[in-house]
Design a protein around this ligand. Sequence first.
Ligand code: ADP
Length: 613
Amino acid sequence: MNETKEEIKSGYISSINGTLIEIKGLEDQVRLHDLVRESKHKILGEVIQIYSDHVIAKVFENTFNLKLNEEVLSLQEPLSMELGPGLLGKIFDGIQRPLEATFLKSGGGGFLERGADIPSLSRKKNWSFKPLRKIDDFVSTGYVIGVVQETQLIEHKIIVPVGVFGKITYIAEEGEYTVIDEIYRLKRGSKEKSFNMIQKWPITKHRPYKERDYPQEPLVTGMRVIDLLFPIVKGGTVAVPGGFGTGKTVIQQSLAKWCNADVVVYIGCGERGNEIADVLKQFSEITDPKTGHSLLERIVIIANTSNMPVSAREASIFSGVTIGEYYRDMGYDVAVLADSTSRWAESLREISGLLEEMPAEEGYPAYLPSKISSFYERAGIVNLYGDEDLGKENYGSLTIIGSVSPPSGDFSEPVTSTTKRFVQAFWALDANLAYSKHYPAINWLNSYSKYPESISDWWYERDIYWPEIDIDWYECRKQINYILSQENELKNIVQLVGEENLPENQQFILFIARITRNSFLIQNAFDSIDCFTGIKKLIGFVKLILLLFNEGKQLINQGFLIEEIKELKVVNDILRIGRSVPNDDFKRLEKLRTKLINEIETLKLLHGVFKKK
Ligand code: ADP
């Protein structure tokens, strides 16, 4: 945990109610959200209510064994994150205590000893610091003082903390330093202050930036259904609601592994301990295809598992965002993945119940919407402080993807419906799809994304040119959406009259919709090729389906039988593209295109011999 300021004022426990303690004697010593520490067991709490004769604090650890009259100290500061080199590749609990050893050893059930006060960042590890400034330089918030190669994937920029400015009077030479060694000194007027590599930031306050920018670049996820139909942008917000077993965790893990963010913060909130230990194991085993380094080198994991006290769930959510903002401020694209925000909302409900607050819908507190919005509103692509120094604008982004676990998959329940108000994209997971093993089980009829317009130019610049199907990403998604919506409209008629009694052109749409669903939308997260689809393969793949659709439509109009098109050999190839064509093998897709065109030409040549009329 963080080193705290002088522990000065003390009070005593006057009542204990679950994870809440009532303290007397600190009423005029603490501010809302200040930390307190019970002296005997050294457990931490946060002040959540202040009255004239007592304060109420929620305790981040088990209150078992606590007794009345035990001493409580005010730490005179809110819960803050310790920010500096050494966060990447680490796993922390909700209040940023490093978990690794105990956690892994016990397969995710490992608790830290109650009251354990371990520094978040190692005080012993040496980092190679390289100064980028010299004495007498003037620096202010966001300026880069120097760099540390935190992992082989990420260069950690030591930036001037928020609200600080001055002239450099000392800067460390290139060499090895711990996070608590002095790195630079700044002079402002007659005052001089020394800085090391650590900075602290309260978790509930967003880190400031110059201004927000408009998102224009997608966060490429490698999941075809998302990247084509329900895209997300760097700096965007998404909710992933779904009942138990619909694939929320697998989606979040795939994102952590493959999305094109520089840094990923993975928050396991209220999920099973063994699942999170599993995540950690997977991340450490997988290597980044581009660099060959362990993916863990770009990931920070915050774990507040279901067997840890609920009161730290909220802290884990905001700790994750704060760490994300810190890397954003270095100019990185950061993705914060929270699984699951419902467990956090449940902890709010539990604490609100203990406080005997007036419940709103389904027992959740009336402030649920403001809590949820305060999480998602920290996402965005922003213009950072410090850019005047670089002579160019400096941007960083924070994308937030939160999964929601509605009981029995009912999306009208308060957490899902409230979250929907604050996010710009919604990937609705469907139990029926999951049951029929259609993964990712994102329902293409209930899901949406408000981002396609803002990223269509980005895709346009990366389009592949095939004269036979000269349409861009935006037009591709429009056509696929059309095919899927037509299938949905025809569903009822098919039930009444049977598919074989529909006109040929409608049967053909159903055929293409089936190909789209079974080959393009289904994607196996555990297959070494299918787990990730790069942008070139995505466009090539969808264009092949649409080429078959457009050419096939013409053949049907000319009187060909739908069976003749179904029997084209290339249809089988298209169905297997996901698992058989590696991302870097674009030639295979070009060959399939040629094959499709040739097979259709051959059919046309046979026209008149095997034709219907
Ligand atoms: P949830 O978190 O919603 O309870 P999980 O993410 O744990 O659900 O998924 C449940 C199971 O579904 C997984 O263990 C896996 O077998 C299967 N699954 C989910 N998504 C995929 C996918 N994309 N590819 C293959 N299997 C999947």
